[in-house]
Write a protein that binds this ligand. Structure first.
Ligand SMILES: Nc1ncnc2c1ncn2[C@@H]1O[C@H](COP(=O)(O)OP(=O)(O)OP(=O)(O)O)[C@@H](O)[C@H]1O
Length: 272
């Protein structure tokens, strides 16, 4: 079983490696520099959070990793390949901000969708769906429709969909941002358990300092205009993370460093 304590120091080859990465969008109003000179290394089994103010390029960075955007500067590899190659090899599952489930499909049919598209035979699909739903504690809800589930359960179903084809990497773009705090706490704890039991590499976008510190082995702090990495924090928190760890001095110390990094980004913006 992987643990938050082991992963950052491990000698595993990088799963994601970016050097001098930049992305400038050409728009009718001129260029928008979404990412500038981003250097980043993510090792296998890490849980990496990207935190920064709105518009700092977190989603853009995730989309570059997923080959949904092409960088305009620098290099990036995913599983030792171009993002395009990694996408073709189904290297990652992607969880969006909103659950994005099809309302006319049952939960199991929603989870089945990427497997159908990828051409998995029916018998194999059934096993994969059952395993993915068990991982997110949704066994028994296979035949329900999304509207019969709470917001938190819908987001768990969308995580199951991303897990179903067993990609090594899970890309999660603020998956719990729209949920209330109690549900979010619960899903954070569940996600940590899921991560520990699967050993997946997780890249997780969030606005929340406690969420980033609670979940991560590595926290990447970003600043806006242009989106740059201002700090990379390797967590010193232990593997076992009960929710009340958030009141420990060690946790608060890491949270303070994240806050400092975010403030530094803001003062940079104000100085422009
Ligand atoms: N397709 C696009 N065309 C032009 N500009 C874009 C495009 N996509 C993103 N941007 C701009 O790039 C910048 C970074 O956007 P991005 O969505 O990555 O930020 P973010 O940090 O994820 O924000 P949020 O936290 O609000 O989701 C923003 O200024 C945004 O307006």
């Amino acid at each position: 079983m992987k643990s938050p304590a082991e992963a950052p120091g491990s000698s595993a080859a990088p799963v994601i490696a970016a050097q001098g990465l930049g992305l400038t969008f050409g728009t009718g109003d001129g260029d928008v520099v979404a990412l500038s000179n981003v250097d980043l290394t993510v090792k296998k089994g890490e849980f990496v959070s990207f935190i920064g103010p709105s518009g700092c390029g977190k989603t853009t960075l995730l989309r570059v990793i997923a080959d949904l955007e092409r960088p305009t500067a620098g290099t990036i590899s995913v599983n030792g390949q171009t993002p395009e190659g990694a996408r073709r090899n189904r290297a990652y599952g992607y969880v969006f901000q909103a659950p994005a489930l099809y309302p006319w499909r049952t939960i199991e049919k929603n989870v089945a969708l990427p497997l159908e598209i990828m051409g998995y035979p029916r018998a194999e699909r059934a096993g994969r769906i059952a395993r993915a739903l068990a991982l997110v504690n949704l066994t028994g809800f296979e035949k329900k429709h999304p509207w019969q589930l709470s917001g938190g359960m819908q987001q768990r179903a969308s995580i199951a969909r991303a897990l179903a084809f067993d990609a090594d990497i899970l890309l999660m773009d603020e998956p719990f941002g729209a949920l209330d705090e109690i549900v979010r706490d619960h899903l954070n704890a569940e996600l940590l358990r899921l991560w520990a039991s699967t050993g997946k590499t997780i890249c997780f976008v969030t606005h929340s300092i406690p969420e980033a510190v609670y979940l991560s082995t590595t926290i990447v702090v970003m600043s806006p205009r242009p989106g740059r990495v201002t700090d990379i924090i390797r967590s010193t928190l232990p593997a076992e993370r009960p929710l009340d760890i958030r009141e420990s001095p060690e946790f608060l110390e890491i949270a303070a460093r994240v806050r400092d990094g975010l403030r530094a980004g803001h003062s940079y913006e104000e100085a422009l």
